[in-house]
Write a new protein. Structure first.
Length: 93
C-alpha cells in the first residue's frame, strides 16, 4: 500500500529504510523523499516507525549525545592492508 502518493513510496519501502537504520520521518525523507512534498504522509510514516529500537533515540533516552550512538567514522573505511590488496597488481595465473 502506498504511504506517499506524491513519490510512490510504499509501506514496505518505508520499513526497508527503517530496517537499514532510518528511525525518524526526516531520515525516511532523506532516503526516499517521502514526506517532502505535501507532507500528508508524515504521520503515517511516524506510525510505521513507532517507538521501536533506534540507537539515536535510545542514546537520547539515556541522556547521551545521539551522535555517540552512530558508528565510528572509520567503520566501513578500508584499512591499509585492504587498500594495499586492492591496489596491488593482480598475480599472474
Amino acid at each position: 500500500m502506498y504511504v506517499c502518493s506524491c513519490f510512490g513510496i510504499t509501506e514496505e519501502q518505508v520499513q526497508e529504510h527503517a530496517a537499514a537504520g532510518a528511525c525518524t520521518p526526516r531520515q525516511i525523507a532523506s532516503a526516499s523523499k517521502a514526506g517532502t512534498d505535501c507532507g500528508s504522509c508524515v504521520r503515517r510514516i511516524q506510525g510505521i516507525l513507532g517507538r521501536g529500537q533506534c540507537p539515536r533515540r535510545a542514546a537520547l533516552d539515556r541522556g547521551e549525545s545521539p551522535l555517540a550512538a552512530q558508528s565510528s567514522p572509520t567503520a566501513g573505511t578500508p584499512q591499509p592492508a585492504e587498500v594495499a590488496a586492492l591496489t596491488a597488481p593482480a598475480a599472474a595465473a
